[in-house]
Each structure stands twice: as C-alpha cells, then as structure tokens.
Unconditional design. Structure first.
Length: 141
C-alpha cells in the first residue's frame, strides 16, 4: 500500500522569534552588568605628580575616595557629605579593617580637605591608606 503525500502539507519551519528575543535579552544583560572602567578612577581629578613611589595593583574591595577641586568628596562615584563620611567608612571597616583605601586628591584641592579625609579613615579604623598621584611626565625626568 502506497502512502500518498498531500500537496498541502506544511513545510517544517523554524520559528526564530523566541531565539532572537533570548539573544537580545542576553545582550542587554551583559551590557548592563559590565563595568568597563571603575567610576572612581575615571573622575576628572587632576592628581599631583610624584617622583618616587610604587604602583599599587587593583584590589578587589579597594575604597577610592576622590577629593575634588571644590572640596567635594566622592565615594563610589557619589558625592558624600563630609559629616557622614566617617560613618560610611566605619561600615566598610566593619566588613574588613584591612581594606585598602586610596585617596585621590585633586592637586588644586585644599590640603585641609585631604587631611580631614585621612582623619575620617583613621577614625573609622582603616589604616591601609595611600594617596593617589600621577607619574611624572617624561620631560621632567
């Protein structure tokens, strides 16, 4: 017995719409989840130059404090009230008192502001402190 094929039989097809939806969702997820630059290091802070010193590697849980020219203090990319800085640093010290802290002070910022930030770090119990500087230009060498 012969099986007859119907002329109207549907050709098998692959519905690509769900696959495209998944691809776009994955693309969106990775775009939002990826940080290309640490926001603390990309701030517009003009660092002073240092002739001697050592480059420090990136620590996983490093705290970066930026002291701006106008005296503002940035912690994790957001402006922090100087009176609340110590409290925020205490929370970080409670997790790990050995957390490294880098203070990136603009070279035009008041020295007193940087001293206040140093004091707040010490009062919070953070002792692994360093000052961010830029390498000297080749012309000065």
């Amino acid at each position: 017995m012969r099986i007859r094929r119907s002329e109207e039989a549907d050709e098998p097809s692959l519905n690509l719409t769900p696959m495209i939806d998944v691809i776009f969702n994955l693309l969106l997820f990775f775009m939002l989840a990826t940080t290309f630059l640490a926001p603390e290091r990309s701030m517009d802070v003009e660092l002073p130059q240092a002739r001697a010193g050592q480059a420090r590697g990136e620590a996983a849980r490093e705290i970066v404090l930026n002291v701006l020219r106008d005296g503002g203090i940035l912690l994790a990319g957001r402006r922090v009230d100087p009176t609340l800085l110590e409290r925020e640093l205490r929370a970080a010290a409670a997790r790990d008192p050995r957390t490294p802290v880098t203070i990136r002070g603009d070279r035009r910022a008041e020295h007193q502001t940087i001293v206040r930030v140093l004091d707040a770090c010490r009062q919070a119990g953070l002792a692994n402190l360093s000052l961010g500087t830029s390498a000297p230009s080749r012309r000065e060498g």
